[in-house]
Design a protein around this ligand. Structure first.
Ligand SMILES: NC(=O)c1ccc[n+]([C@@H]2O[C@H](COP(=O)([O-])OP(=O)(O)OC[C@H]3O[C@@H](n4cnc5c(N)ncnc54)[C@H](OP(=O)(O)O)[C@@H]3O)[C@@H](O)[C@H]2O)c1
Length: 332
């Protein structure tokens, strides 16, 4: 019997984007409880860059990518998903409930083979019907960033209607989803960026206040905020704390500019600030994301779309940070 092959964006050899290429690899087969998805599109994340930077020439080839959307074309035993269903893939593996956080959260796309390929195998519980109003590229942009934004805003951040949330670095995929979701539930949303173009885009998408990253945030906002959801990290940590009201919350989910900060505990305890960490989310939260996106007809901000053959270059472009929203690769 001949093994079927597919095109995929793989990493093999030298660490970094230099080790990324398009290759022909075997089409995976679903085992019990798994489904085979023929991918129409896949989204890129900073995680893909972190993965390739952390690998060594001794590691075997691996298919990159955590985000994807496509069609179920085969199922293993013990699955009830129908062949032909159009789905979005939840990249969070083995995490069912929001409050039962796994010790080491597993994410689709290395060590398991990922979505930058013509086919991917995932557990049947990790697919949900694609929201009908989204195109394939929009659906593929959704999973990781939207799940992270949802958990950061609501499960961890406790955002409610009428509250004021600040989203620093609005160009990031997570922040653009957070903007859409926070507006959908009736929050006031302020954003920061180093780029006037990104501030203008955010205002078009509904941001109430858009301020430059380099200024005095507290002065420019004019009022303290209830919640900050940050992924910039060390470069703007002090500014984030400075804008919170007493009793406010800060949720941190990334460290694009570095993870190490200096913290005055007095600043936390006197002002009764809650500093909360978050990462990805559970299957229940993913279904809540899909429901929210469907109910409010939210659309991801897609910055640019590439062909699969252009995957390695697209990944290199992610590092530049010039994007507003997501980079997506079309496959189908
Ligand atoms: N924990 C999780 O589950 C999870 C999930 C997804 C992402 N993340 C993390 O979240 C971060 C965002 O990821 P991403 O891929 O969406 O976006 P990204 O490309 O890392 O963008 C981050 C934003 O940070 C801002 N920024 C970068 N350098 C800055 C500096 N020196 N000063 C001020 N602002 C700066 C930029 O905003 P402007 O260009 O607007 O200024 C940029 O849009 C990454 O660190 C990623 O690892 C974590």
């Amino acid at each position: 019997m001949t093994t079927k092959v597919m095109r995929a964006v793989v990493h093999e050899g030298a660490a970094g984007v230099g080790g990324v290429r398009v290759a022909e690899v075997p089409v995976p087969q679903p085992g019990p409880g798994e489904v085979l998805v023929r991918l129409e599109a896949a989204g890129l994340n900073h995680r893909d860059l972190f993965i390739v930077d952390s690998r060594t020439p001794a590691d075997p080839w691996a298919v990159l990518g955590s985000d994807g959307a496509g069609v179920i074309v085969a199922t293993g035993a013990d699955t009830s998903v129908e062949i032909g269903t159009e789905v979005v893939i939840n990249p969070s593996l083995g995490w069912a409930e929001p409050d039962v956080v796994p010790e080491i959260p597993a994410i689709l796309g290395v060590p398991t083979n990922g979505t930058l390929a013509e086919y991917v195998v995932v557990p049947a519980g990790n697919v949900l019907p694609k929201p009908a109003h989204l195109s394939w590229t929009e659906a593929a942009a959704l999973p990781l960033a939207a799940l992270t934004a949802y958990r950061a805003l609501f499960t961890r951040g406790g955002l409610t209607a009428g509250e004021h949330v600040l989203l620093p670095g609005i160009g990031s995929g997570v922040a653009t989803f957070a903007l859409a979701m926070a507006k959908a539930v009736g929050a006031t949303v302020s954003v920061t960026s180093r780029s006037p173009e990104k501030l203008a885009r955010a205002t078009e998408l509904g941001a109430d206040r858009a301020i430059g990253s380099g200024g005095d945030w507290a002065a420019e906002l004019g009022e303290p905020v209830d919640l900050v959801v940050d992924s910039i990290g060390s470069a703007t940590f002090d500014s984030c704390l400075s804008v919170l009201r007493s009793g406010g919350r800060m949720v941190t989910l990334g460290a694009t500019t570095g993870p190490d900060v200096e913290l005055s505990l007095r600043n936390l305890f006197f002002r009764q600030i809650s500093l909360l960490g978050t990462s990805m989310g559970s299957a229940r939260e993913f279904s809540q994301v899909v429901a929210l996106v469907t109910e409010h007809r939210l659309r991801p901000a897609v910055h640019r779309v590439h062909e699969l053959a252009d995957g390695p270059r697209a990944l290199g472009g992610l590092a530049s940070g010039e994007q507003f929203g997501k980079l997506v690769v079309t496959i189908g």
